[in-house]
Design a protein around this ligand. Structure first.
Ligand code: SF4
Length: 366
């Protein structure tokens, strides 16, 4: 069980991809050269390419620096540019803006202003953070988001340090408290996020309880992808699957109408290893990742990989229209070898688009 019956229509359920039916049709027609590619649903913006933690499993460690003071040009997007980008994206028809990383986005002091600008422009916003930074401006901007996801991965300082290189466990907890104190009438979904790692198997339930006690709206957990070949020391982990499921069961017992639990495993096989149950890469145009170097890449799993750079959109966001949906973009997807990919965030969407193309659900007959 990944979620309870009453919470099956959640952001974690990949079946939400079927609400993107019109986008799927557009992608298929565009791939056949029959119509232009429409705008992505979401822009995933990485404003800052540095982090104050040093997680050994980080999928962006290849291009991150861990000393934010040394961040140089194009590791930190300027505020003026991000505000112009938000205006462009909103006018173009992009619905969601997710501020995330590569890097810890809250280390960029202008992130609250960018979130508020997107909210005022009518976009839905979200932020992924390690919650080591908090101030009043940031808390206000977070409460304007549709959801806030913060990563934790440990139930005590010692484990936190073993996993993230430095013990900021108490600071993270204090920052979550500080955020939740301001809750008011906001509808923001604040979710603690955990990855299953060899070091934290026995702490899964404890972390879930901690998130509940801190007043969060939910707890989500999924297996780590330690198989990517750009992670230092990468290998196939042999995780004790039964012990994990025992912890999952305890987590689901914590669920209430105010606290939701998502033990998300459907993108992995039964041993929590990467799986590909699709044949083609078709879903990337649902989302546009823009990074702190002002470049956009094919998908969130290919950030800062030169062969998958779609083009630059710095300093003029409008230049996106020069390469988005162009022949090179289409060709990149047509020639992509999915065996060169590790975990695919959009794997289930790729599979759904294949099903739409085959019309295996016979959608003309509800
Ligand atoms: S991970 Fe690979 S298959 Fe998946 S969307 Fe990205 S490029 Fe395509």
């Amino acid at each position: 069980m990944e979620w309870s019956e009453r919470n099956k229509y959640s952001s974690f359920n990949s079946m939400k991809g079927l609400t993107y039916y019109n986008n799927y049709q557009n992608i298929l027609r565009w791939m056949d050269g029959k119509e232009p590619l429409g705008p992505p649903i979401e822009c995933n913006l990485d404003p800052f390419a540095a982090c104050n933690l040093d997680c050994y499993f980080c999928i962006t460690q290849r291009y991150l620096v861990t000393t934010p003071q040394e961040v140089g040009p194009m590791k930190r997007l300027p505020l003026d540019y991000m505000l112009r980008l938000v205006r462009f994206l909103s006018d173009w028809g992009v619905r969601g803006l997710c501020i995330s990383g590569g890097g810890e986005p809250t280390l960029h002091s202008d992130v609250p202003e960018v979130l508020v600008a997107a909210q005022k422009a009518g976009m839905r916003t979200s932020i992924f953070t390690n919650m080591t930074v908090m101030n009043n401006e940031l808390a206000d901007a977070m409460w304007g988001c549709q959801f806030v996801t913060w990563s934790i991965n440990a139930a005590d300082g010692e484990t936190f340090k073993a996993i993230k290189g430095i013990d900021l466990f108490e600071r993270v907890k204090a920052n979550v408290c500080r955020l939740m104190e301001r809750q008011g009438q906001a509808k923001t979904f604040v979710c603690a996020r955990m990855l299953i790692l060899p070091e934290n198997i026995r702490q899964i339930h404890a972390v879930c309880r901690m998130a509940k006690e801190l007043g969060c709206g939910g707890f989500s957990i999924r297996p780590v992808d330690f198989e990517r070949d750009d992670i230092k020391g990468h290998h196939r982990l042999a995780l004790p699957v039964d012990a994990v499921h025992e912890q999952f069961a305890l987590c689901h017992e914590e669920e209430t109408s105010e606290f939701k639990v998502f033990t998300v495993t459907h993108k992995f096989d039964s041993e929590f290893h990467v799986k590909h149950d699709f044949n083609e890469c078709l879903a990337p145009p649902l989302l546009l990742p823009i990074l702190s170097d002002g470049n956009a890449y094919l998908c969130v799993d290919k950030k800062m990989e030169a062969p998958f750079r779609l083009g630059s959109c710095f300093p003029n966001p409008e230049t996106i229209l020069e390469w988005w949906g162009g022949d090179r973009h289409r060709q990149m997807m047509k020639t992509l070898d999915i065996n060169g990919c590790s975990r695919c965030t959009f794997g289930q969407y790729n599979r759904q688009i294949e099903a739409i193309r085959e019309d295996s659900m016979m959608v003309s007959f509800p």
